[in-house]
Design a protein. Structure first.
Length: 59
């Protein structure tokens, strides 16, 4: 796992949580709809993994 990409994704997720809560919540909601078993997971972790996935798969 490229740790710098994960670290950057985590920081972006924290920023979204603070500065763009609607987008943050939308990402969490999308994840829970796609995978209902994620409903009880930490939202910050879900958004971090989503952002990480986006960065890795778009490179």
């Amino acid at each position: 796992m490229p740790w710098m990409v994960m670290k950057s994704s985590f920081r972006e997720a924290e920023r979204l949580q603070q500065e763009e809560p609607e987008r943050f919540d939308a990402i969490v909601s999308e994840g829970v709809v796609a995978e209902p078993d994620l409903a009880n997971r930490d939202a910050l972790s879900l958004v971090t993994l989503y952002l990480y996935d986006q960065r890795v798969n778009s490179a």
